[in-house]
Structures are given as structure tokens and as C-alpha cells.
Design a protein around this ligand. Sequence first.
Ligand SMILES: O=P(O)(O)OC[C@H]1O[C@H](O[C@H]2O[C@H](CO)[C@@H](O)[C@H](O)[C@H]2O)[C@H](O)[C@@H](O)[C@@H]1O
Length: 279
Amino acid sequence: MDGPESGTAAAESPPRPLEERLPAVRETLANAERLLVCLDFDGTLAPIVEVPDAARPTEDNRRAVARLAAHPAVTTAVVSGRALRDVRDRIDGPAIYAGNHGLELARRGSIAVHPVARKRAARIERLCAVFETALASIPNVRVENKRLSGTVHFRSVPPAARPVARRLTTAVFEAFDGGDLELSRGKRILEIGPSIPWGKGNAVELIAADEPPGTAAVYVGDDITDESAFRAVEPDGIGIQVGGDGPSAASCRVESPASVASLLARLADGVSSGLERRP
Ligand SMILES: O=P(O)(O)OC[C@H]1O[C@H](O[C@H]2O[C@H](CO)[C@@H](O)[C@H](O)[C@H]2O)[C@H](O)[C@@H](O)[C@@H]1O
């Protein structure tokens, strides 16, 4: 696993609601011989909740993923910021899982870990411990040690204390870092990881490279780290943003995780009817 972060940020505009993009989506599905569907977890399959450990896919999404995973013309993957083992325990069915924003990838019966990320795991571990101590006085801050990356959670921190908590986290990071780690943002979180040009988009490119010609790739996600994955599938495939109203590399959007099950059903139906119409 090596290589640059996917694509470059082109001039992006807010994605259009899926209903407005249906003709283009139907055409992509009708022309495809196979479909690769890559799904983010938090904020996409699972609604965002206060306590990270309590996040679960909705029942409808769980069933829709199982149906897609059983479809003979569809490869299904989950691509998450969570640790691989964690996300695997939360949703069954997909043939492929990527954890830690693509730093670890389970497919074809084995797990590949980005070699540089593996080397920096001890530094991440150490920084998570430093965060635990430095942030101990801030109420309800959580540090999630994911081995190859780490997350500091502010969602349960009282709103008035959040700016201080973020400033302190950044200051601790800057004092610790020697240029080998990076700090990034997410939904009410700051994340630390190795400073390497690798993200979800690279994982999606690796996964897509295994698919036969004639495969259309779809990526569904809701957060900043999903942008590189949208760029990896667009414009030949379909990037679908869940929620949000800002600029994105995705061309379509759906409202919330509650809209994802019907989206997945449409994908399964679309590829099936395209195949049925073929001679
Ligand atoms: O790539 P994802 O699968 O979307 O993972 C991104 C991060 O998701 C989790 O944090 C987010 O969800 C939590 C539960 O709903 C929420 O409390 C938190 O505020 C969100 O940022 C997860 O805990 C992180 O490790 C992932 O990086």
C-alpha cells in the first residue's frame, strides 16, 4: 500500500439531491455489468450518536447491506475511520472492509496494513496516552485509541468548554509531533494519524482495481475523509453525500442515514434491471 492521496480538489459545488440526479444514476447503472458499492459507517449506515461505542446501523440499512452483499453482480465494501476490527463487529455482510480511513484493508482472506502506519503505531499509542492525561480536567472528553490512528471526541463536552478542549488538543499535538503525525478534523472530533498521503480514496482505488472492466463504482459517505473517496469514484461512478449542504466532490446527496436503505435498494434494483435488459 503506497501512493498519493486520490485526486485533487476541483472546483466543487454542493451535490444535487438524488431525485434530481436519478436519470444520470439510472444510466450509469443500466450501462454497468457489475457494481462496486463502498459505504462509510458513522453518519451513513449508522446515525451519529453521543457515545461512539453506541453507534449501530439502522435495521433498514443492515438489511439493505445484506441484500446488496448477496447480489451476484455487486461487490460491497465498508470503508470507515474506525479501527478495522471495530467496524467489522458493527456490520455483517460486505466482502471487503477498510478501517482507520483506509490504513488497513481486509479482503480476499487477509489484512493489509499500510507499512508506514504500522511503524508509527507506537507514536499514536503514546500520543493517545498523553491526550488522556492532558485532557483529564475537561468534562466528558473521550480519547479513542484505534492503534493506527486516534480520535479525540468533543460531542459530549459541554459546548462552552469545546473551544478550550480543541485548543488544548491542538497544542498538545503540536508539542508532541515531530512531523511524522498529522491532525485532522471530523464531526465533533480531532483525529491523529501518520502524516502520509493515504486516505479512503486510495483504499477505494485499490478495491476498484480488483473489479472487472464494466464495473461502476459508488461511494456513500458523510464526512471530510469521504471526500477523497468521492473523488476516486467520480465522474465515471457515483459519489453520494449523506446530509451536509456544502461543496463536495460527490455529485448527489441524500438527506440522512434514514435515506440510505432506499438508496441501496435502488442500486440493487438498477443493476438487476440493467442486466435483465441485456441480450
Ligand atoms: O469513517 P466513519 O465510519 O464515518 O468514521 C468516522 C469517525 O466516526 C466515529 O465518530 C463519529 O461518530 C460518533 C458516533 O456517532 C460520534 O459520537 C462522533 O462525534 C463522530 O465524529 C468514530 O468514533 C471515529 O473513530 C471515526 O473516525
